[in-house]
Design a protein. Structure first.
Length: 290
């Protein structure tokens, strides 16, 4: 039950000024913080006790005690001091290809490891159950997130789920308007700020659909619309606009949901997978199927 430090670092840009004061103190003094009461921390940082409670809830913790428990778990890890951007390697545009391979692979693995600290097993379970029980699933993504949406649709279509993906606002809004309370709308936006996704999910919510979102950790407009919030994190430095390691963490979550749904109806689902495997076999030169 770790992830206190990572959660704070990822959420920093979205915190209110008073919450940011406390967050900065905790990041600078984690070992001291775990020994403090709410009252003492409030006095040291010059904020109200209510601010500390709000910060804990902004980080999706039940309260300050859970935040401290997660900090204790962070500090118990041998590499706790590296649980920040220093754990990521700078991607160099010049240098050896072997160094490039090592850096990108390291950052991808680090992002997945960090995401484990902010991805709620309870929310994942709720998402799996909602997807399993849905009449129809619509998944929305724009730009780099469209790749994630496409992967979602491809996987769930293979197990005979009615799944549609849309990659622009007009298509998304059209699908969203015809959803019902028996359906799921799944919005993907790492930033959580994509206006087309926000508007499309708002339409789906008005239609009565269950809203699932996949965004970076912290408060943002996209997750604010969700009934079920799934979070990833990537504190990589340098090439942020390329959505490198962050994309890997999102694909990993999609894989978790996919296998989670398969697990609920394993025997019948295996038969569906075999059907699709046979159907596309003729398109492969050697008869093997990916």
């Amino acid at each position: 039950m770790h992830g206190g430090l990572i959660s704070i670092k990822e959420a920093l840009p979205t915190l209110k000024p008073q919450e940011r004061i406390v967050a900065d103190f905790i990041l600078a003094h984690p070992e001291q913080t775990v020994k403090l009461s709410v009252q003492k921390l409030a006095k040291l940082t010059g904020v109200s006790e209510a601010t500390i409670i709000r910060l804990s809830r902004s980080l999706h913790f039940k309260g300050f005690q859970e935040l401290k428990m997660r900090l204790v778990a962070d500090l118990a890890q041998p590499t706790w001091a590296l649980q920040d951007t220093e754990a990521y390697q700078e991607i160099q545009v010049e240098g050896l290809t072997s160094t490039l391979i090592d850096s990108i692979s390291h950052n991808n693995m680090q992002s997945i490891q960090d995401t484990l600290a902010v991805l709620s097993a309870k929310e994942v379970e709720r998402a799996i159950e909602a997807i399993e029980g849905a009449r129809k699933i619509c998944v929305f993504g724009i730009g780099a997130s469209a790749i994630i949406a496409q992967d979602f649709m491809q996987k769930f279509s293979r197990i005979d789920r009615w799944c549609e993906a849309a990659y622009d606002f007009n298509s998304q809004a059209t699908l969203a308007a015809n959803l019902t309370e028996h359906d799921v709308a799944f919005g993907v936006s790492y930033s959580g700020q994509t206006e087309d996704i926000i508007q499309s999910l708002a339409v789906a919510k008005e239609s009565g659909a269950t809203i699932i979102t996949l965004t970076k950790f912290g408060s943002n407009p996209v997750s604010g619309l969700a009934d079920i919030k799934l979070f990833t994190t990537s504190l990589e430095k340098g090439i942020r606009s390329s959505a490198t390691a962050s994309r890997i963490t999102q694909l990993n979550v999609i894989d978790i949901l996919y296998v989670g749904v398969i697990r609920l109806n394993f025997e019948s689902t295996v038969g569906l997978l075999e059907n699709t495997r046979k159907a596309v076999r003729s398109s492969k030169r050697d008869g093997n199927v990916e």
